[in-house]
Ligand binder design. Structure first.
Ligand SMILES: Nc1ncnc2c1ncn2[C@@H]1O[C@H](COP(=O)(O)OP(=O)(O)OP(=O)(O)O)[C@@H](O)[C@H]1O
Length: 248
């Protein structure tokens, strides 16, 4: 089956002599949300930085729709949108200008841009704030701007690092509704989170990282089977995995 993203044999980190990630292998197919789960320091953000092409693998590779970044950087980057853990906004640009800038960077046509932007502003209840500058936004509003910019791009792959941080319950719901919508349209989504109950409800598969290694991966049913924990929820599985320090 076609893969949106493929991470193979990825070993990487911040210093060649001290890898943080060890032989990471997983993929994301169309129509699925994959949860990247692990304790603080497990390696989730480092994995994401490698996927974004901000770090170079010591070994292994990442392919998005079959292409590595080395093969075509522009294509590689344009096929994915990233929702960071900490919103990064331009203090001198309004909300609307942030959306416009994203549309320009990704070459989105005027008509599609207006349609998508209007829908997103409505859904995230930000219509009244289009002329506001980031200094007037709350933390959650800043996060919503990042989320709207990502959805505006309409890529094949979404990568979200702790997307719920700072969002109110309605914001979380809008985000999850949109993710589900994109998944139904055939996108693949990788989402790192500590909110396990939500992950369990929305993700189709899970990757559990511990100390830079994948400990288990699969659907809830596969995780239960592999760990011999019938009836376990994601919390139980997470605790079992981190306590035992089992390795793939
Ligand atoms: N800029 C950096 N330079 C050197 N080491 C780093 C850097 N950032 C993270 N690390 C190390 O890499 C390892 C993995 O960190 P990473 O940020 O990927 O974890 P995480 O799973 O995203 O954690 P959290 O849930 O806290 O966000 C940790 O041991 C951390 O100390």
């Amino acid at each position: 089956m076609e893969k949106v993203m493929e991470v193979s044999g990825l070993t990487g980190g911040y210093q060649k002599s001290k890898p943080v990630l060890h032989d990471i292998n997983f993929n994301i197919r169309p129509h699925e949300i994959v949860g990247l789960i692990g304790l603080n320091g497990a390696g989730k953000s480092t994995t994401i930085k490698h996927i974004l092409g901000l770090m170079e693998p010591h070994k292994g590779e990442v392919r998005i729709q079959g292409k590595t970044m080395a093969e075509n950087m522009e294509e590689y980057r344009s096929r994915m949108a990233y929702i960071p853990e900490t919103p990064l906004l331009y203090e001198e640009l309004t909300l609307w200008e942030h959306l416009e800038l994203t549309a320009m960077a990704y070459g989105i046509e005027e008509k599609a841009f207006k349609e998508r932007a209007d829908r997103l502003l409505k859904e995230f209840r930000m219509e009244k704030m289009i002329r506001w500058f980031p200094s007037h936004f709350s933390k959650g509003m800043r996060q919503k701007v990042m989320i709207m910019c990502a959805f505006l791009v309409n890529p094949k792959l979404y990568v979200a690092d702790e997307p719920f941080v700072g969002l109110d319950p309605l914001g979380i719901k809008s985000f999850l509704d949109h993710m589900t919508d994109m998944k139904e349209k055939g996108c693949g989504i990788l989402m790192s989170t500590h909110i396990l109950a939500t992950a369990e409800k929305y993700c189709d598969r899970f990757i559990l990282l511990h100390e830079g290694r994948i400990v288990v991966k699969g659907t809830m049913e596969e995780l239960r089977e592999q760990l011999n924990l019938p009836g376990a929820d994601l919390d139980d599985i997470y605790v079992a995995v981190t306590e035992e320090g089992r390795h793939e």
